[in-house]
Design a protein around this ligand. Sequence first.
Ligand code: G3P
Length: 216
Amino acid sequence: MRIFLDTANIDEIRQAVRLGVISGVTTNPSLVAKEKHTNYKSAIQEICRLVPGPVSVEVMGQEAKAMVSEARELSTWHPQVVVKIPASPQGLEAISIISKEGIKANFTLCFSLNQAILGSLAGATYVSPFVGRLDDAGHDGMELVAEIVAAYQRYRIATQVIAASIRHPQHCLEAARVGAPIATVPYKVLLQMIGHPLTDAGIARFIQDWRQAQEK
Ligand code: G3P
């Protein structure tokens, strides 16, 4: 299983990369807007330099034609850029064009197995089911991840599932249990994944016992 960082914050990315466990980054327009980068293109290029893997960057166009031209432009920014395109008819049309040009797409805002199947048929490299937002709407978001993973395995579909809209460490556990090949997580959740009170207590106890032994 691989872990991506779901953020456009360069400091968070730098810190997470130092841990040696991050193999990609996903951004979206809301995450980018929060950071107020003075130069968006340079910020994405810096993220690509920091991260050893794909960096998803979303198109803002609504029509297939606009999505395609944005995707072509974004893909020139850095070889690691993966273009994020929403799960709409226009998105499918755009992915079917750019995938033939070798541009990698992340089919995003995916909320159903039908969307995930169509995204893979259009040629998406990744599909991103939004777990937390489905949970917010009273559904079981991880159930969708499990369904997509099972369908892709059954039909030997190469599109990779990114469990997205991850809100807490329990989501990461469940994503691992249902066989999601990738989970994209906020920095806070990444730290929660490694944190455990028994580890902290164990370290404190070892230090205390060691010091006491030195004093004897
Ligand atoms: O990866 C998708 C993510 O950025 C959306 O998360 O918490 O806004 O649903 P959230």
